[in-house]
Write a protein that binds this ligand. Structure first.
Ligand code: SF4
Length: 117
């Protein structure tokens, strides 16, 4: 089976062609660097995405956050809901854990900005 996709590894957006067998990549072409090959292989077997969003502090202050590592694509909405439900206590520093084990993914949500109380 052949799948075509655009690499999201950088703004070049290379057009990738992936030959698959039993749900796994057997060859990748069109990539200009190894990141594209890795992206294509992951995308056909277990697609993941970073999630960036904004949580809210108890006083309503927005707190920019992201997943520490990419999460399975089919968990994005559950992770977003976990971020929305979080009640952040200020102050926070970059890298502080806002949610542990978001939506059962084992991935934590971390602050991406220092926010004073
Ligand atoms: S294959 Fe490499 S150069 Fe092409 S879009 Fe992906 S990261 Fe960028």
């Amino acid at each position: 089976m052949t799948r075509n996709m655009i690499c999201i590894g950088c703004p070049m957006g290379c057009d990738l062609t992936v030959e698959t067998e039993n749900g796994a990549a057997v060859s990748v072409s069109g990539n200009s660097c190894p990141i594209g090959k890795k992206y294509a292989e992951t995308e056909v077997s277990a697609p993941t995405r970073m999630v960036t969003s904004t949580a809210k502090a108890e006083n309503g202050t927005p707190v920019p956050v992201k997943t520490k590592v990419p999460v399975p694509k089919d968990k994005i909405f559950e992770v977003a809901a976990a971020i929305k439900a979080a009640k952040v206590t200020l102050p926070v520093s970059i890298g502080d854990i806002i949610v542990e084990d978001a939506a059962g993914t084992g991935v934590c949500i971390v602050a991406t900005k220092d926010i004073k109380a």
